[in-house]
Ligand binder design. Structure first.
Ligand code: ASP
Length: 241
């Protein structure tokens, strides 16, 4: 694929966090959670993240009556997001850069603790973006019965697949949680347990996903006709925090 406008399908980038975590000790009710490994989520036959989505089958998800190609790629070592560092941000942007022409949109699965930092940093690192990059996660792991994960993940995928679904395309880094799509660089986490965990106090939401996905077309960015550019320079001092 060489023309970015022809690309279809969504690439999900798994970085770790609660959404893809399992209890360290399954017999202990309050066991700490650990993120699934790259090997766990890269298993093509049994995808432990996607197999829980009802309309997902063999690399495709059905949305709005259309079959959308869905693929998953993992960081080499998925993390609890409290361990994020510039190295992780560089790894995420490298995945986006390498796959930019092959997908119409990207969804990043991230822990909630530093989701706002990652959303902000990526929105400044990635220039001339012309496709949706949506960061999401969940308060409960995807494998738990009353988890918020599937709804967050599938809504984010639907917004990322806007081109195929003939919907307004959100050509920027955004954060989706519960039912709101927020500008990545304008978010705060305000609750460690509420399913509506993020807010954008100084900017209206970019969209909502309740029964219908509604995008606020007056606010979303116009996109760029120039080539994607990733700013990779970090001061060595910024590696310690
Ligand atoms: N500690 C987790 C993380 O940020 C919390 C979460 O994902 O909700 O990775």
């Amino acid at each position: 694929m060489s023309n970015q406008n022809e690309a279809s399908g969504v690439l999900v980038i798994y970085t770790g966090g609660t959404i893809g975590s399992i209890p360290k000790n399954t017999k202990e009710p309050n066991s700490p959670l650990i993120p699934l490994s790259k090997e766990d989520v890269s298993n093509k036959k049994e995808n432990r993240l996607f197999d829980l989505i009802q309309s997902y089958e063999k690399g495709n998800i059905v949305l709005g009556g259309q079959s959308i190609r869905l693929e998953l790629i993992s960081l080499e070592k998925p993390i609890d997001s409290s361990n994020v560092s510039p190295t992780v941000w560089l790894e995420i942007t490298k995945i986006i850069e390498d796959n930019y022409l092959d997908y119409e949109g990207f969804v990043i699965l991230n822990g909630t603790d530093t989701m706002t930092y990652t959303a902000s940093v990526l929105s400044f690192m990635i220039e001339n973006l012309n496709k949706p990059i949506i960061i999401t996660g969940s308060q409960k792991p995807i494998g738990e019965t009353r988890s918020d994960a599937v709804q967050n993940l599938v809504s984010a995928i639907e917004i990322a697949a806007a081109k195929s679904l003939n919907k307004p395309i959100v050509r920027e880094v955004s954060l989706f949680f519960r039912n709101k799509l927020l500008r990545g660089s304008r978010t705060i986490k305000y609750s460690a347990s509420n399913y509506e965990a993020f807010q954008s106090p100084n900017l209206q939401e970019l969209g909502t996903a309740d029964e219908y996905v509604v995008i606020n077309e007056n606010i979303i960015r116009a996109g760029s006709s120039q080539s994607l550019r990733i700013l990779k320079g970090y001061s060595p001092k910024s590696h310690v925090f």
